[in-house]
Write a protein that binds this ligand. Structure first.
Ligand code: SF4
Length: 700
């Protein structure tokens, strides 16, 4: 609850800028109702009184002069401020027109994961029974979908972390793979330091010597895209030197013999040849991991954003399973969720193939149950749609109209030249956003929405802890909350009877029922309980239940026989490897000062000033070969496009690759170059590796 202090009101809420969801208070002037700033909450266990640079500055987007204050409608080629009624009339008539001409599925929704759980739930419901379209998917496909697919195929459940973060300090070894934790999830580092203070060893797997890798005991700077070979090599050593927990493997897993046969093929010298690592370092890492009593494997997009990202997630999870490091303090596996509500965003039915509660949309029982909750006939719920990038590719073809909510694919999708062509081939494109993003600039109508500081509801953090978001009452100009706009649209489309809510809490109470009995069971979680307990971990099947901070303590995995699946994977190179024309690998990532597409953080001066533009990291040997000096402009090209950015000559990166951060759009967007090859299981694009060439050039 809000508290008063010396002329200010403090509203407890959580930072929006990563899955840590650090606790903070919004400071509001009691008399003027103006937002004064934020301060960290000391009582929230996740961040205990700390915030990173993004968290400190996050509130400034709420009071930013570039906020959209009125709807924009494209007139004579220009976006012009207009009245809400005119915008809503136009949207409804275009939806009717397009669906009347081409069928219900001709209008789609592309949404995001930085929204509250309530909005994520509502968007999925609005697509299915407001619009009646199967075409709904979200930008979490670019972020968390490989973690979800990998955990599901191995553990039978997808919760980003099997353990609360407070368990990290009990680990004797931490293996962090494909995550620059220090920059991307800075407030996780105190947990890493906590473990180190207790004597834990740190192994970091990353092609770059990131700020996280700098403090590791062992840095495995593998060639991008070779995680499967590395882990197979680690498993080989663990088996050969008998560091296996045989009791756990026998009683709680299946598939060990197949995994063993696969690992046989990857002795350290083979893994070393594929990954470009010294074989001794692979052996040493395996020994440190295998000999530790407790250990955790933590990873992020570096493992997941590959055409085989789901299988890499499963293989890293195998490390915990074969050594019995799961289901207790200091032992488990987790992925760092990138988006603020990356976890909750994938649980409530805004994925093309899912209904709320993580239910499969093709499951007759699930359809029947959700139809009952929504008060419709199950035949009214459309079948499965297609994934985010496939949806973009369908624009202008099968999908003629699009509603874009809380996402900026013109920066965050791969192969942006194609994406622009897809978006501009739409007959009608409406976007809800609080800034005029690179994607919103292409829309026919832009509706001004609210930022997180003006929202109420819940999110689910990296641990699976459901928490309360509280916001200020006032919204700037005529900006409106997305959930109210969706309800009004449903009403205008004649489906208002299914969307009668007076508050986010009413939506949440319906979400609880919709999730009941599903994998992500929120039924026992109430707003009151969240506030009382400072967050409740799902699954929480009844109001009396206290939630489940640590999964698998009973060693029961979510399969009929209760056993985790040890799956074996052969190494496969990147979808696009180097050749004579494109001789270097490109990988992309984040910097501490920016969030996702940068639509928010590039506008906040204290963050922008620290990192105003992208750059390319090039190893000194490589730079010398191409005659490039520090600060020189470099043209980087792939088969899909090019950008020109200044060089940062550094030994951080490997000589066979370059690195560019991805938070910028248009001519500075590295996603002009990235490869849209999709993981067949998760449909995540292969952002993390493609073939490029570089050449010195003049600034453009
Ligand atoms: Fe916000 Fe993440 Fe920084 Fe915490 S670590 S303050 S949640 S960006």
């Amino acid at each position: 609850a809000a508290i008063e202090r010396e002329g200010e009101v403090l509203i407890p809420t959580h930072c929006c800028f990563c899955g840590m969801q650090c606790g903070m208070n919004i400071r509001v002037d009691k008399d003027s109702n103006q937002v004064l700033g934020v301060e960290p909450r000391y009582d929230f266990p996740m961040n205990g009184g700390r915030l990173c640079p993004k968290g400190v500055a996050a509130y400034r987007q709420a009071i930013h002069p570039e906020r959209l204050l009125r709807p924009l409608i494209r007139k004579n080629g220009q976006l012009v401020e207009s009245a809400w009624d005119e915008a809503m009339d136009l949207i409804v008539s275009k939806i009717r027109d397009i669906q009347g001409k081409y069928g219900k599925d001709a209008f789609g929704i592309y949404s995001g994961s930085s929204m509250t759980n309530e909005k994520c739930y509502l968007v999925g419901k609005f697509a299915r029974i407001g619009l009646g379209t199967k075409h709904i998917d979200y930008n979490g496909r670019y972020c968390m979908s490989s973690a979800a697919a990998g955990f599901n195929q191995t553990l039978g459940i997808d919760r980003g972390g099997t353990n609360p973060w407070s368990d990290i300090k009990f680990a004797d070894v931490l293996l962090i793979a494909g995550s620059n934790t220090a920059e991307c999830h800075p407030l996780s580092m105190p947990y890493v330091w906590g473990a180190r203070d207790n004597g834990a060893k740190l192994i970091v797997v990353d092609p770059r010597q990131t700020k996280t890798a700098l403090v590791a005991d062992i840095h495995l700077n593998l060639k991008p895209g070779t995680d499967l070979a590395l882990v197979n090599g680690l498993i080989h050593v663990l088996i050969k030197e008998d560091m296996i927990n045989h009791e756990f493997v026998k009683n709680h897993t299946s598939g060990f013999e197949d995994l063993k046969a696969m690992a046989e093929k990857y002795p350290p010298e083979v893994a070393a040849r594929i990954t470009g690592l010294p074989k001794e370092r692979i052996v040493e890492a395996a020994r440190i991991f295998g000999q530790a009593k407790n250990g955790m494997v933590l990873f992020a997009r570096g493992v997941e954003q590959h055409a085989k990202g789901s299988d890499s997630v499963s293989n890293y999870t195998n490390l915990c399973l074969i050594t019995g490091k799961i289901g207790r303090k200091g032992s488990g596996v987790a992925t760092f969720t990138g988006q603020g509500n990356g976890q909750g965003g994938r649980e409530h039915g805004q994925k093309a193939d899912q209904l709320p509660g993580y239910r499969k949309i093709t499951d007759p029982e699930a359809r029947k149950y959700i139809a009952g909750v929504w008060g419709v006939d199950e035949s009214e719920i459309p079948g499965p749609g297609i994934s985010a990038f496939e949806l973009l590719k369908a624009l202008g073809k099968e999908v003629k109209g699009l509603l874009l909510i809380c996402s900026n694919p013109m920066v965050s999708a791969p192969s942006l030249g194609d994406v622009k062509q897809y978006l501009t081939s739409l007959e009608f494109f409406v976007c809800m956003d609080f800034f005029l993003s690179e994607s919103a600039e292409l829309a026919d109508v832009v509706l001004p929405s609210t930022v997180w500081i003006e929202d109420n509801g819940t999110t689910t953090n990296v641990e699976g802890r459901v928490i309360r978001i509280n916001g200020i009452d006032k919204t700037p100009g005529e900006a409106r909350r997305d959930w109210e706009v969706l309800c009004e649209l449903a009403d205008r489309l004649g489906r208002g009877q299914f969307f009668r809510y007076n508050s986010p809490q009413e939506i949440f109470d319906e979400l609880r029922v919709a999730s009941r009995g599903g994998i992500a069971d929120y039924f026992g979680i109430t707003y009151e309980k969240i506030e009382k307990m400072d967050g409740v971990f799902w699954p929480c099947p009844s109001v009396e239940h206290e939630g489940t901070p640590r999964l698998f303590e009973d060693r029961k995995f979510n399969f009929p026989d209760g056993k985790a699946r040890l799956l074996a994977f052969e190494h496969k190179g990147p979808n696009e490897d180097v050749d004579q024309e494109y001789p270097l690998l490109l990988t992309t990532g984040r910097v501490v000062y920016h969030y996702l597409s940068g639509n928010q953080t590039r506008r906040i001066d204290s963050l922008r000033d620290k990192c105003p533009d992208p750059y390319v990291e090039i190893h000194p040997e490589t730079a010398k070969r191409y005659g490039i000096e520090n600060g020189h402009y470099v043209k980087i090209s792939s088969r899909r496009g090019y950008i020109v950015v200044p060089a940062k000559i550094t030994k951080i990166t490997r000589p066979d690759m370059v690195f560019v951060p991805y938070h910028w759009g248009k001519t500075l967007a590295i996603n002009n170059l990235t490869n849209p090859a999709l993981d067949p299981k998760s449909k995540i694009p292969e952002f993390k590796v493609c073939a490029v060439k570089i050449e010195p050039t003049k600034q453009q």
